[in-house]
Design a protein around this ligand. Structure first.
Ligand SMILES: [Cu+2]
Length: 503
């Protein structure tokens, strides 16, 4: 039975009684159960309008040029989102979002990870081309009370806004929404974009709070759709205020570190120039954009023009990514950042370069693979702790098994992955190890082919329902790599597979 018929035939109420029985066993109330189903909740307002703050940086403990060394400890902590209320969170070095890591292409990086969260965890370096055994994958969990060092040398020629987050099997969603995620910025040795544009990371997180200040558990609706909370935060603050001068052109790296938000963003008409995507610069700046789109885990590098005095609010636009069940949240017009443009004129800055870099086409694929995303009810792996109500999220009909290799590949081999999405909602598809390029989108009904607007390096792509994304994939390092839906609840429920890349 697919999810839609499951919901329409009323089988949801059966699952509800099953879940109710399990809740009762765990001593929870019917009220908790209603919360689990995602029934209407009172949204607790957060204070807005504090001064914008940059992400704090993780200090480099190494004085040796070309090296970065530091420690990251994951542990329970507290945050103050609402005056007078303490929110238990999970934090890296006491901070949520985690401290920003800033390195340069070619650097040798060693991060000592200590896990004190009371459960297994890992640190995955999302988008960073690291060796397979340093990737923080589900296959290499770090037990509570222990640690390990992640060490890797960043390749020359790869500069991008990446990020880090836990990736333990079936526990990623909760560890991320409770606070474990940080920015990982790799700078080029020589940047074609003048420093006068600044470079400000805007890390977007999603927060849901109960009236007592705590973060409620995922509901069944969250499990099905991915958790969409009550508030979107920028660098940990709700709609902070940034002041700029008139005519200012500011560079922003937008990072979507939410569990499941498809972010279509506008700056109230202030035009964006698109500079880069997940895997770094485009070939040339693309000016005149009125909005940008960020799937879960996605990043963009933009310059925004604040031409005239006034106020510009970075906010979400309506976007239909498909939704299952009741209580669909209104995700439009959520304010993220208020930019106040003063009357004072900004100093003149040099123009953007006309080209940024060359992106080589990957060449003709010699292997073609088909991956079909699926959602099914009544699966065997589920249960309240795992899938939730026995719901499975699958690729080619199977849920993730870390002891099963799904695909075998070869270093340097160009492959065409056609990721088909016949389900009821959009899924953001992520591949570990290396960036990919999109060849085209294909409509599953009509066969209509739409090429991407331009060449770009991505590591996550939203595959709309009813469509397939054709990806040109090339792994450059050997080892086992995961690929999965980056709605973290879906990943936890099994929409994930393993490719073994042979040397
Ligand atoms: Cu998904």
């Amino acid at each position: 039975m697919d999810r839609r018929s499951f919901l329409l035939t009323g089988a949801a109420s059966l699952a509800l009684s099953r879940a109710q029985a399990q809740m009762n066993m765990r001593g929870m109330s019917g009220g908790t159960m209603r919360g689990m189903m995602g029934t209407r909740r009172q949204i607790v307002p957060l204070p807005e309008g504090e001064p914008f703050r940059e992400l704090p940086k993780l200090a480099n403990q190494s004085s040796k040029p070309g090296t970065f060394a530091a420690m990251l400890t994951a542990a329970p902590g507290t945050a103050r989102f609402i005056n007078g209320l303490t929110t238990p969170v999970l934090a890296y070095n006491g901070q949520s979002p985690g401290p920003m890591i800033e390195v340069t292409e070619g650097d040798a990086v060693a991060i000592q990870f200590v896990n004190r969260i009371g459960d297994i965890s890992t640190i995955h370096w999302h988008g960073v081309p690291v060796p397979a055994d340093q990737d923080g994958a589900a296959m290499s969990p770090v037990a509570d009370g222990t640690g390990r060092t992640y060490s890797f040398t960043l390749p020359a020629g790869f500069a991008a806004a990446c990020w880090y987050h836990p990736h333990p099997h079936m526990k990623t969603a909760e560890q991320v929404y409770r606070g474990l995620a940080g920015a990982f910025i790799i700078r080029p040795k020589v940047d074609p974009v003048p420093a006068a544009y600044g470079d400000t990371v805007l890390q977007i997180t999603d927060l849901r709070l109960d009236a007592d200040g705590s973060m409620p558990d995922d509901t069944m609706i969250d499990r099905m759709n991915g958790r969409v909370g009550d508030h979107l935060l920028i660098n940990g603050l709700k709609n902070p205020v940034l002041a700029v001068d008139a005519g200012a052109r500011r560079r922003f790296r937008l990072l979507n570190s939410t569990n499941a938000r498809f972010l279509r963003l506008s700056f109230d008409g202030a035009p964006f120039t698109l500079l880069g995507t997940d895997g770094g610069y485009l070939e040339a700046p693309v000016p005149g954009q009125s909005e940008v789109f960020l799937p879960p885990a996605g990043r963009v590098d933009v310059v925004v023009d604040f031409a005239a005095p006034g106020t510009h609010v970075l906010h979400t636009l309506a976007y239909d990514h498909g939704w299952m069940g009741p209580t669909r949240p209104d995700e439009s017009r959520q304010n993220l950042l208020t930019v106040k443009v003063a009357d004072t004129k900004a100093a003149a800055i040099p123009p953007l370069p006309s080209t940024l870099r060359a992106i080589e086409p990957p060449g003709a694929p010699i292997v073609t693979r088909t991956l079909v995303l699926g959602e099914s009810m009544g699966g065997m792996m589920g249960g309240m702790s795992g899938g939730g109500m026995g719901m499975d999220m699958t690729i080619n009909g199977r849920t993730f098994d870390m002891n099963r290799v799904d695909l075998i590949s070869k270093v340097g081999q160009v492959e065409l992955w056609e990721v088909q999405n016949p389900t009821d909602m959009d899924h953001p598809f992520h591949i570990h190890g290396n960036s990919f390029q999109v060849r085209a989108f294909v409509d599953l009904k009509t066969g209509a082919v739409t090429p991407p607007p331009r060449r770009a390096l991505l590591d996550v792509i939203s595959v709309p329902r009813g469509q397939a994304a054709q990806l040109l994939v090339r792994q450059m390092l050997p080892g086992l790599r995961m690929y999965h839906c980056h709605i973290l609840e879906h990943e936890d429920m099994g929409m994930m597979g393993l490719v073994d890349v042979n040397a």
